[in-house]
Design a protein around this ligand. Sequence first.
Ligand SMILES: NC(=O)c1ccc[n+]([C@@H]2O[C@H](COP(=O)([O-])OP(=O)(O)OC[C@H]3O[C@@H](n4cnc5c(N)ncnc54)[C@H](O)[C@@H]3O)[C@@H](O)[C@H]2O)c1
Length: 357
Amino acid sequence: MPQRLRVGITGCGRIALNHVKALQNNPAVELVAVCDVDPGRAAEFATTFSVPEHYDDLGRMLANAKLDALTVASPHPAHEAAVLAAATAGVHVLCEKPIAITLDEADRMIEAADTAGITFGALFQRRFWEASRAAKLAVTRGDLGTPTLGSMTLRLGRDSAYFNADPWRGTWTADGGGVLINQAIHYIDLLQWIVGCPVVRVTGRIATLKHGADIEVEDTAAATLEFENGALGVVSAATTYSPGLGTQVLVTGTSGATVSVTEFPEGEPAYCDIWTIPGQTTYRLPYGTDVESDPPLSKVHEGLMPYHAQQIDDFIAAVLEGRDPLVTGREARNALAVVLAIYESSRTGMPIELPSV
Ligand SMILES: NC(=O)c1ccc[n+]([C@@H]2O[C@H](COP(=O)([O-])OP(=O)(O)OC[C@H]3O[C@@H](n4cnc5c(N)ncnc54)[C@H](O)[C@@H]3O)[C@@H](O)[C@H]2O)c1
């Protein structure tokens, strides 16, 4: 393994700004190439960030740029092809959420990575908040006893401008869903990680109740979960709030103690506003200040930048050390499986079992 990893980015849109900054600040990385199907965008991005090479075709970038690793920041339907191409080329890959929009795609990606022996990570940077780590540690230490009930509540605002910014947004075929697959998937991952075991059964309903003029996918979702250890869970998620009221993941256990991870306003580092473990007050912080309007998405992304950086640093370290990153492709599949099971349950009116993989 070379001293500095030669890394490329595919997809030069909004979230790639977080990737480029994180990669260029990592001393073990040389950002050598970027790719976008829009050649003008690739060229502009390369110029803005002084990246030596730019491409409008990922195959050519993989053939020419001698990459060790690739980050994938393209729209959802492009993720599978990017990960398969990287795996075939023996290039380690870190893919934005959701890793895919079907489990078949996700399984092919995981299998290709396993076969090629590459490191395959997925972006869920909210795991890197100090509050998330504190809650995870409390559960791992047994401070809650055995987790009994977990919830994730997402109360965000999105408007027509957001949904109409790109043709792929808000469609079943390209976006793969609405609030669940785009926003809630971060906190479903967080909830499963903090509870510490997978969801095995899901019942849910989705609806499009506010943004029907802009999207065909859901803007509102409610679901119940059953975890492998018998704990129950609740998902409540909508992009209909104005202004948004942030998100909260909350877990309680047999000891009676409760911890929460709350993000408010959206994009600000989360804090633990509920922390009732006897003798521990360290993480107990007051609820955030009132906001009258939603922060622009660029500010949300900027607030998440340090955690993108921590996750990208963890991925680079994992490649160099030959270990798994904190969030593997397999774990990202678990979060996707819960989202897709809520869709299926809503369609069929039946509970959906999730086999362990
Ligand atoms: N982790 C987070 O907090 C977070 C936040 C926002 C978006 N995302 C995810 O990041 C990904 C990109 O989202 P975005 O908001 O940056 O989208 P975007 O539309 O702003 O950017 C996507 C870019 O990819 C390019 N593109 C399209 N098809 C491509 C292909 N086949 N190969 C290479 N480039 C291609 C587009 O031209 C565009 O420049 C999505 O998976 C999204 O869900 C993650």
